[in-house]
Design a protein around this ligand. Sequence first.
Ligand SMILES: Cc1ncc(COP(=O)(O)O)c(C=O)c1O
Length: 305
Amino acid sequence: MTPPGAPDLAALRPRLPSPLTPVEDERFARHGVRLLLKRDDLIHPELPGNKWRKLAPNLRAAADAGRPALLTFGGAYSNHLRATAAAGRLLGLATVGVVRGHELADRPLNPSLTRCAADGMRLVFTDRATYRRKTDPAVLGALLAEAGLRPEDVHVVPEGGSNALAARGCAALGEELRGAADVVAVACGTGGTLAGLAAGLAPGQRAIGFPVVGGDFLEAAVRELQRAAFGGPAGDWRLDGRFTSGGYARTTPALDAFAGDFGERHGLPVERLYVAKMLYGLTALTGEGAFPEGTTVAAVITGGP
Ligand SMILES: Cc1ncc(COP(=O)(O)O)c(C=O)c1O
């Protein structure tokens, strides 16, 4: 039962389970590998993919705790900030976005932050040093005060939306794929989607995460999220960090050409920051013979352009 005054997520009519579509691609077929696309991008036009899966349980938790406002964090182009702002508008919740970069306060808003503001999100710009310390209770307290909010009224969601609730929400993605694939591929930023996906899969299925940024933090981040969400390690997963194309929002001519071509072949607009890198990595792994003949691989389309 939805408590009185709680946001009615079902009224947003999410498309769940998300469609699972086989595609013909000779780069996979030639190795005897069947490719499926898990179209999480079609779950909701404004809260697509892992945005829905991660935000929905946080929105329910905020409602259950009687907290009418959501505060979260992101960079100037954060998909997560945009999705949180949209959720606030759709469900009648106040939202605050803490944005990295105090210098942005004096410039015209970029299109992404313009959307956030139009959806009613209050934007609080912070310098990078403060932003790095955003989980420090004193820093968080000061940010809440700046936003004019009482701590007891606010549900705080971390950067990228990845907390234990989010990982549990993403376990449903794995559960939807039980019995449908041997290997599931997903792009990773903060690791919340992979943490949940792997936990939701059945024994014998495995997940491969493709980080979009370099650095060694992700493996520990996924482990920590699984500990917080499920009490310990869950599912069979690994990371393949070879396909970051130089880092966050970086690309290469080869990656651009690949993404454009994949989109044309399969009638799918390929999101470039995450999904393109995962599809590129998965195609390369298949070409290397990483999967035995007869393997079914599902690629999770975690968002749209
Ligand atoms: C489209 C898309 N795919 C994948 C991810 C990575 O998700 P996570 O941060 O849970 O690893 C993101 C970031 O939130 C994203 O926007």
